[in-house]
Structures are given as C-alpha cells and as structure tokens.
Design a protein around this ligand. Sequence first.
Ligand code: IMO
Ligand code: MG
Length: 430
Amino acid sequence: MASLVVVGTQWGDEGKGKIVDMLASQAHLVVRYQGGNNAGHTVVVGGEVFKLHLVPAGILYPQVTCVIGNGVVVDPQVLLDEIAQLEAKGVSVKSLRISEKTQVIMPYHRLLDRLEEESRSDKERIGTTGRGIGPCYVDKVARTGIRMIDLVDPQALKERLEAFLPAKNKLLTQVYGQPPLELEAILAEYRVYGERLRAFVADTSVLVAAAIREGRNVLFEGANGTLLDIDHGTYPFVTSSSPTAGGAATGSGIGPTVIDKVVGVAKAYTTRVGQGPFPTELFDEVGDRIRERGKEYGTTTGRPRRCGWLDAVILRYAVRVNGLSSLALMHLDTLEGLPTVKICTAYRYRGQILQEFPASLKVFQECEPVYAELPGWPEGTTQVAGFEGLPAQARAYVRRIGELIGAGVGIVSVGRERSQTLVLEEPFGK
Ligand code: IMO
Ligand code: MG
C-alpha cells in the first residue's frame, strides 16, 4: 500500500491521464493537486475516448474517491459541463469531492487571460490556453480570490465580488478599453453554480489523510508538466502553479512525509504547445510523422503540438526536481518504423557542453542538442504482450533512456488502450 504522485516530466501532454487511469484500478483515492482546465487528460477504454479537464482520471472506477484538491483552480461552468458529459456516458460522479479551498475562475479571469495575451508582443506572448488559469492564480496570491467555500455561500460570494470587482472593472475599462462587467449578472450566474456544486464541496485534506492513515493506495494526479512549473519550468513560458511533485503536498493538504513514490511520465519523444525554446524540435518530415502518428494536437485547444526528439537533459532535471522513483515511457509505438532514433544527451552552448538544464532562457535558447543516435525498429509494436516482445532495438532504446537519466523505466506504453501497456515494475509494488 502506498501513496504515489504521477507527474509530467516534459511540457505537458505526456500521457498522465492513461497512467493515472491504469493505477487508479488499484487505488482508493485519486486527487488532482494543481492546475485547472488547461489540462486535458485522455483515457481510452474499449475504443471510447474520455477527455478530462478537471475531474481526476480515477472517475471511471466506481470504487475510487476522486478529489479536486485545494491547489486546483476551478471554472464551475466547465466542471458542471464535464460532470454532465460523464453522466451522459453512464459514468457516476457520486464519489467526486471538491476542496473548500480551491480558487474559483471568474469571468474576468478568462477575459484578462485573453486581453493580457493580446497586449503582449510576439516575443513575450506565452500562448496560454486562455482558460483564465493565470489571472485566477494571480488573485489567489494577491489574496483577492474567491474560493469554493465562498461560491457556495451567496452572502460571502456577494461580499467578495463587491470588494474586488470594482478594481477588475477599472482594469478592463481603463487599461483594456472594454465594457465593465455587471456585478448582478455574475452573482446570478455564479449563485446557480454554487447551488449545483454544494453537495460536492468538502474538507478534502481530511479525506486524503484518512485514506493514507488507513493504509490505502492513494494517487496524486499532476497536471501540466515539470517544464511548465512556475518555479522549475522554462519561466516565463510556464503555467502559474506547481505541477512538480512538491506541489502534491501543498495542493492537497497533506505533508511530504506521507508520499512514498513519484512516477514521472514522459513521451518517447518531446512535444510542446505554446511559445518558448525547444532545442530538439524537428521541422522536417520526421517531426510531421511524429505529429500525425502520435495524434499530437491539443486536447484542450486543438493546437498542433511542436514535436522533437527525446531530451535526456530535461528528463534528468525532472528526476532531480521531482525525486522520481521511476519513469513511465509513453508513445513508444509512435517512433516505430524510423531507420534511426535520436536522444539528446547534453547541450552545446557557445562551444561548452552543458549537462544540467540552464535557468537562463537566453542560454536555453542558444543550446544545441548533442545527440546519441540509435538504430530504429520495425513497425508492429502496438500488439506485443510484454516488454520482452518488443524488438531488440526498441528495448535498447528504453534501457538507454534509463541509463541516461538515472531512473528506471517501469512502464512502457505502446498505444492508447489500457491493454497496450507493458509493466516492468508495478508502481504500487505487488
Ligand atoms: P496537460 O495536463 C500542455 C501550457 C500552455 C502555455 C502555458 C501557459 O494536458 O499535460 P496556461 O493556460 O496554463 O496559463 O498556459 O502552459 N500548458 C500546457 N501544455 N499540456 C498541458 O496540460 C498544459 N497546461 C498548460 O500551452 O504554453
Ligand atoms: Mg494537454
């Protein structure tokens, strides 16, 4: 029995949804600890595709309690839509609980996300998902946010809005030349959300702590990714929360001593959406091939993802800042059929070799990948039964990654279905 964090090791979209869904079959509770509906976690069961943005990817198992932790920012309209869509597919959300302390995304957060992006120069533009995530976290830190506990209390909601909407309207009208937002209209809309979400709201820290105390398997579901972390990511081209494993403690209301393991999720290559440097990015037919075979289009925004070779400097960094116990390597099948495959083992910066991920974006921008080139493997890996069934070159590629990053590869994924997963080491330890 263990508590285990699942964290993205790259720029998001690593396949966290699939791994959380797989591990949730053995779990009692799954908790999302940060981010919001900038996340898009896809789970495929028997050909049916579930795209989750806010609800934890444990919801497909009726026995699993699903928690939206205090570190998350919740757009109530989006959450209610997602609940309705799940119910329409016959999935019960009876077990869902939302922390009283989650911050609520308000209409002005979505507006400001868009207006701030539009006002940035091409060089400064972040390429956010436009969901109001950043502005909502700004209000949290500025202590002007509205929490779930306020949303379900009409009087508190009114008091908080009366206190802070005037400043938002000043910003909207005077800085951005927009019409002001009406307090009564927001109140009327958000009161209804509060009514509909009230039954889900709870002191979720108590629930998570109780599950751990009772010795149950607990999963902490990270969103976004290590390189999108506000502290450890490629700042300023990052999201506004702490996707790295440390965020699991603050974002769900437990202490770090109760976390047993951290599983990192990485694609067998690298992708990125939005702006910012990307040393191994491919602009040729190999990049296009990866995008098409890997279906590399955003779950949340539909944007084509930038694709490139695997970057072991990034993964070594992810091993360090997350304390990774092991790695789940996704989309290995996407690389099949290539004559050779490459792994970036270090960066070359102005004639110098860098082994560590640089903090300076200016340095990172100029980094050129130093590649190890390995033989590719033939097509037909999506149906293999176990790791040993993979072609020798594919196994060598996986083993080389483990050596380069200093963490073992415990899971290899060769397709979207639950069954297309090769387990070398059970994360919960069976
Ligand atoms: P999942 O959980 C990929 C990126 C955005 C943008 C930057 C900031 O599906 O892996 P934000 O809207 O968060 O302020 O945007 O972060 N980004 C993601 N990219 N997958 C995600 O989540 C992401 N969440 C945020 O594209 O570059
Ligand atoms: Mg995504």
